[in-house]
Design a protein around this ligand. Structure first.
Ligand SMILES: C[S@@+](CC[C@H](N)C(=O)[O-])C[C@H]1O[C@@H](n2cnc3c(N)ncnc32)[C@H](O)[C@@H]1O
Length: 370
């Protein structure tokens, strides 16, 4: 099979040296190492809060009328609410416009493109409403779409390494979407065929697991030309435990704060945020928790003497809190990377925790001339 024109093996691997941290397994680590790690995590967290970088706002935009779809039922409701909130942020930032090119890495079925397409009015009804009802296919065909988009170059680029049966772009004119079956690590955005090279780009991604988010951030910023082509980046974070040292774009941020050597433990702890049985965040929202509880030291919640401490001694609720601190640091490190590439960033809790525990959206916006 002929390779896609955008395929360049490993083009988006930043080639970072994976630090040999020499750390033992966290669960079997000696007390002095665990204590040093938890103290370091706490002091960086407090410093970031003091500097105003770690706070979060709860911000779920009102759903755009074009995204209200009464046919959506069951598990799809939560999914659609996330899509609507992300599209709402895109709209509110003035990035919703058919002059843009939307790039969705890790697109899966293309749910964000589905939301963007409806918000932009290039098709009227989600293909997923029929899918969720067990129907036989897209409810909208290209004939439903106005002719003004007949000859234009793609508005959407979907990058996905897996083959998908139900895809958003089945509901729109074929020429509007370019789906490329490719691993993000191999996708050269400078070599996409048919797209308008002058169209300002917006990257959107939802739940792009672990290291794939870093690959996507690097993909968009690998060269100056690519970087300048992006006006905005929106990535809903997830699977922090799958970040990888050789691709993690925020490693310098951790290094500047003395935390790079703890990378594998930060990754491990980040999973505790949602995986500790019977324990959850002791606040109604992540934003509230960051404002009110994130400064609390682990020492205030654990009475075991330093020289006897094992991970098993940490109470479940404390492990959840440590997990959220680790996740926050991973997000802050990525925000730092985007800032280093000239973007202004914000992190928002874009839907409530009950919709998804992976509810932080990282936004990067290119400053506009005033
Ligand atoms: C959790 S799913 C989210 C799918 C979709 N964005 C959504 O919200 O419904 C993550 C998707 O990213 C894709 N993915 C993960 N790593 C990737 C990579 N390195 N290159 C291309 N696709 C990737 C997976 O195949 C999967 O479809």
């Amino acid at each position: 099979m002929e390779a896609h024109p955008a395929y360049v093996a490993d083009v988006n691997l930043p080639g970072l040296p994976a630090p040999d941290d020499g750390l033992p397994d966290l669960m079997a680590a000696p007390p002095d190492m665990i204590v040093a790690f938890l103290d370091a995590l706490d002091s960086v967290m407090v410093a970031e809060l003091d500097a105003g970088r770690a706070s979060l706002i709860y911000d779920e935009p009102e759903t755009l009328p074009s995204l209200v779809d009464d046919d959506i039922t069951g598990a799809q409701v939560k999914h659609v609410r996330q899509v609507a909130a992300i599209v709402g942020h895109v709209a509110r930032d003035g990035m919703l416009d058919t002059d843009h090119l939307y790039v969705e890495p890790g697109a899966g079925k293309g749910s964000l493109v589905d939301g963007l397409g409806r918000a932009l009015g290039v098709f009227s009804r989600s293909v997923f409403s029929k899918v969720s009802a067990g129907g036989a296919g897209p409810s909208t065909t290209s004939s439903d779409v106005g002719d003004e988009h007949a000859d234009r170059p793609p508005l959407f680029v979907l990058l996905e390494r897996e083959k998908r049966r139900w895809v958003a772009e089945r509901g729109m004119r074929r020429s509007l979407a370019l789906r490329v079956r490719i691993d993000i690590k191999d996708a050269d955005l400078a070599a996409l065929p048919d797209v308008d090279p002058t169209a300002p780009r917006v990257m959107v991604a939802k739940h792009l697991c672990g290291g794939a988010t870093d690959l996507a951030l690097y993909m968009a910023t690998r060269t100056e030309t690519l970087r300048d082509s992006f006006e905005a980046v929106y990535i809903a974070q997830c699977c922090y435990g799958k970040v990888s040292a050789d691709t993690f774009v925020g490693m310098p941020f951790l290094a500047q704060r003395g935390l790079a050597r703890y990378f594998s433990w930060i990754r491990r702890c980040s999973e505790w945020a949602i995986s500790i049985e019977g324990a959850s965040l002791d606040a109604p929202s992540l934003a509230d928790w960051l404002a009110s509880n994130a400064r609390t030291s682990w020492r205030a919640r654990c009475s075991v003497a330093d020289d006897h401490l094992t991970v098993d001694d940490l109470p479940a609720s404390l492990r959840v809190a440590i997990g959220y601190k680790a996740r926050t640091l991973i997000e802050l490190a990525r925000a730092w990377y985007l800032e280093s590439q000239g973007f202004i960033t914000r992190r928002v809790e874009y839907v409530p925790l009950c919709v998804t525990p992976q509810n932080v959206l990282l936004v990067g916006l290119r400053p506009r001339p005033t």
